[in-house]
Structure formats: C-alpha cells, structure tokens
Design a protein. Structure first.
Length: 295
C-alpha cells in the first residue's frame, strides 16, 4: 500500500512539472507575441502617413531647381504634406519668413545682420557655385579674377582687352535684392560698383539674355547652367562642384533655408522637412542637381 501511495505521489509531482513547463512555454509564447505587437505599433507610429500639413517656402529664384526636386521627393515620401513654393528672390524670402507669411525663406546668400536681428535663423542646406557665362559665339575661354572685376565695374568694356574679338561687352546681372547678385558682388568686393547694361529678375532671364545677345556676359547659379551659353573658366578653373570643393573655383555661396527661430522651435511638419533635407536622401537630391552637400 505504501509503495502505491509513493508511486501516486511521484505521478502527481510529474504531472505538476508538466503543467508548469506548459505554463512557462505559454508565457514565452505570449511574450513573443507581445513583442511583435509592440514592434508593429512602433512601425505604425513612424508611418509617413501620420505626418500631415502644409509648408510654405518663399525666396531665391536660384534655388528653384533644388527646392522643386526636394519637394517632389518629400511629398512622395509624405503624401499627406503639401509643400508650396514661390520663387521671388532672396530678400523677399527672408522678409516673408520674418513676417510669418512663410515657414521657410530661401536665400542664395548669407543672411544680413539686420535679418538675423529680426529673428531669422540661417540654415545652410547646400553650397552652390556661381557660373560666369557668355554668349555661345564668344571666343574667350576664361578670365582672371581682376579681369572679371574690371569688366563688371566698367574698366574693361571690349572683349579684345581680354583676348577676344573686337566687340563691346554687354554686362548682364541680377536685380537689386537678388541673392545671386549679392553673393557675386560680395565675393568680388564690388558691392554698389557694378556697371550693368541689364538687370534682370531671375536666373532664367539672365541665361536667356546672355544666350541671345552677342558680346554678353552674365552670372547664374551653377545648377542652372545649360548649353545655351558657354561657362568661362575663372583663374583657369572650370565651374564644377569638384573645383569648388578643392577651393580652386572662387565663386561659391551658401544655399540657405531660413526659419524664424531655430529649427527645433518649428512645428512638426517643418521639422520633418529639415530632417529630410539634411538626411542622406535629401543631400543626394542636392548632389543630383549639381550642388555641394553639407555635413
């Protein structure tokens, strides 16, 4: 009898162990399932569809190609966000962001002291070269820095003075308030000293004028350059991203997306925009349109 009782106790203990093992296995299974659920929840929180709203960008005409390329990729990535852009010049862009009528002010130059004092913050998103171009029939391949200064200040007025044919130089530039003009004149040290024959209100207008005018010379954003004009070498260096990175080409300026206050003070949608612009994906867009990326 005692042996039977002891055997029954052994069976009972074995059964309890089996139940305990099953319980532990079940708990392990539940833990795995819960972890999976948390992972799925984390993914849904990061879903691009949850970011929605509108971003208003105003400013530099030189940044149009870059901004539109960014907008296209960003709105595909965040389908519930609309990015509107208006290209009316750097000065107007900074004024719009300071006044609160725009979220982002595009500027193709560094911000001025009075703009910074008004609350604008300079966010450099890429580096651009300024290409000096001439009409397609011009025989001059390049200029020295001093020759370029002398042309734009009216000291040199004929292409024969710089190795070209006997023809008058038609000096084309941007309008007052243009970021490209501001950067060009500042880099050459000729602010308020230029002798322009034509002052035009967009990069495209400068390109068209130079292309169609014998003897014309102008300056445009490097990423806007096309085969309708010829790009002149400066101090022997071509206007390329590689030469700008190597400091061999001296006409380069920042592309700025200004905000009123720091990026961290902006709303979620605008912060997401800047996260994208500074990401590897955003900087790849900059490289694809001919700009130099920022770290």
């Amino acid at each position: 009898m005692r042996k039977i009782i002891e055997f029954q106790k052994i069976l009972a203990m074995a059964g309890a162990c089996v139940l305990m093992m099953g319980s532990l296995t079940a708990c392990g299974g539940n833990e795995t399932n819960n972890s999976s659920a948390v992972g799925n929840a984390g993914n849904s929180v990061a879903s691009n569809e949850e970011i929605s709203g509108t971003i208003q960008i105003v400013g530099s005409t030189s940044m149009e190609k870059f901004s539109n390329a960014l907008r296209e990729v960003f709105m595909e990535k965040y389908p519930e966000v609309t990015v509107n852009a208006e290209f009316v010049g750097s000065g107007a862009g900074i004024e719009a962001v300071v006044s609160g009528t725009a979220d982002v002010g595009n500027s193709s130059r560094n911000l001025k002291e009075d703009e910074l004092k008004a609350g604008a913050v300079e966010n450099i998103v890429a580096i651009d070269g300024i290409a000096v171009c001439a009409d397609p029939t011009n025989t001059v391949e390049g200029l020295e820095k001093q020759q370029l200064i002398d042309i734009y200040t009216g000291k040199i007025t004929n292409w024969s003075e710089v190795g070209g044919v006997d023809a008058p130089i038609v000096v084309v530039g941007r309008e007052a308030g243009s970021g490209t003009r501001g950067a060009f004149e500042e880099l050459l040290g000729i602010e308020d000293a230029c002798a322009y024959a034509n002052e035009l209100d967009s990069t495209g207008a400068v390109m068209a004028k130079v292309a169609a005018t014998p003897g014309a010379i102008g300056y445009v954003s490097l990423d806007a350059l096309d085969d309708s004009v010829i790009a002149l070498k400066l101090d022997g260096a071509e206007a390329t991203a590689e030469n700008i990175k190597a400091d061999a080409y001296f006409l380069a300026r920042p592309f700025v997306m200004a905000t009123k206050g720091a990026i961290s003070e902006q709303n979620e949608v605008v912060q997401t925009w800047f996260d994208f612009v500074y990401s590897a994906e955003g900087q790849d867009v900059a490289a694809r349109v001919g700009l130099i990326t920022v770290e």
